[in-house]
Design a protein around this ligand. Structure first.
Ligand SMILES: C[S@@+](CC[C@H](N)C(=O)[O-])C[C@H]1O[C@@H](n2cnc3c(N)ncnc32)[C@H](O)[C@@H]1O
Length: 359
């Protein structure tokens, strides 16, 4: 593999390739780096081909993966390869790694699609002998070392792969970039996994006890039947749940939930010390963004996690518009804030946004 080859490989949910393509073109252009995306619809990945040699490693150093809404993983990669001899894929992979750096780990992966998942057996079968071969050729550390780049072999079919590496300081630690979570059997809805994933992704573990901790107050707009409230209750928070629907009875019995049958757009907090606002109302993204911005600007909460339901097309633009609304409102109040938006594994036609006031 020629490590100067200037392409990025980005993983995404199938069907969101065009959105990710638009996003990476724009974010690279913001840094003065130009290129073009290539992808097949429903493939679950995008290649971003930079015009200049060495631009892909620059991008990986400059764009945090957390800033890319639609990307689950980001790798510097070489040109796609075809295995002529299916009996010796490992030999072909090794031949591509001539001038590669020392890797600390190896991941053999596939797209997160129906066809891609059919390749998981092949990926598992190859991993151990590939690891052994790489150790023998001194291209892999003798023990897993996550401070070094990891080698990724991404099979797009049984006879085609893309070989790349992830940067230790800017990658998802999860296979295929997916944080898999077990559905808690006592949770009232599957939506619960979205908030669980968002909390784990957006709040560093070492800051959790300061930022999302027992006894804090939270408001959940559009709370029923209670999947998001469940996550907050489980973490010891007191929740003001707002919806016209019915809340899960077991959640109400915890004594940590107060229910309000009110319109989430008109609700005002009854307590002064609300730390968290979460919102899963299915509404126009601009309307939700403005509501979140208003709560933050009025000092009604310090942090918020909410979903933006996306249109069928121009989804990246829609997220940008929502951000502009927040930007305008918070700038008027001279408030600095951190914004993170991600198309989570448990999201479908929506993205999840986190905003935190910094001053
Ligand atoms: C996707 S569901 C929320 C699921 C919930 N987060 C969970 O995990 O169980 C959306 C909810 O928003 C509520 N909703 C929609 N518009 C609302 C409004 N204006 N005010 C209050 N609730 C609203 C709906 O009644 C519905 O229960």
């Amino acid at each position: 593999m020629n490590m100067n080859t200037s392409a990025l490989l980005l993983y995404c949910r199938a069907g969101f390739e065009a959105d990710l393509g638009t996003e990476i073109v724009q974010k690279a252009a913001d840094l003065g780096i130009y290129g073009y995306p290539s992808f097949s619809k429903q493939s679950g990945f995008v290649l971003f081909n930079c015009h200049q040699v060495d631009d892909a490693p620059r991008l990986v150093k400059s764009i945090p993966l957390t800033d890319l809404v639609f990307a689950r993983q980001m790798l510097v990669c070489g040109a796609p390869i075809e295995f002529e001899n299916l009996e010796d894929r490992i030999g072909t992979i090794l031949a591509e790694l001539d001038d590669a750096p020392l890797f600390g780990d190896v991941c053999v992966e596939h797209p997160d699609t129906t066809e891609g998942r059919a390749l998981s057996k092949l990926c598992r079968k190859i991993t151990v002998p590939l690891r052994q071969a790489l150790r023998k050729s001194k291209q892999l550390t003798s023990k897993e070392n996550l401070k070094k780049p990891s080698l990724h072999v991404f099979f797009s079919s049984g006879s085609n792969a893309i070989i790349g590496y992830s940067d230790p300081s800017n990658r998802s630690p999860h296979p295929l970039g997916i944080l898999r979570l077990k559905f808690p059997s006592d949770a009232p809805s599957r939506s619960t996994l979205k908030l669980d994933e968002a909390i784990q992704l957006f709040i560093p573990q070492n800051e959790m006890s300061q930022r999302l901790a027992p006894s804090m107050q939270a408001v959940d707009l559009g709370s029923c039947p209670g999947g998001w409230t469940y996550q907050l209750v489980k973490r010891g928070l007191f929740v003001h749940a707002v919806d016209n629907g019915a809340m899960d009875a077991a959640l109400m019995e915890t004594g940590q939930v107060t229910y309000y049958a009110e319109d989430g757009f008109k609700f005002t907090p009854r307590k002064k010390q609300v730390t968290w606002l979460v919102c899963d109302m299915i509404e126009q993204p601009q309307r939700v963004a403005q509501l979140m911005a208003n709560w933050l600007a009025k000092g009604w909460c310090k942090e918020t996690i909410f979903n933006l339901k996306l249109p069928m097309k121009q989804r990246f633009e829609s997220v940008q518009q929502a951000k502009q609304i927040v930007d305008k409102t918070l700038q008027q109040h001279q408030m600095r804030y951190q914004w993170q938006a991600k198309h989570l594994y448990h999201d479908r036609e929506e993205v999840t946004v986190h905003i935190r006031i910094l001053n």
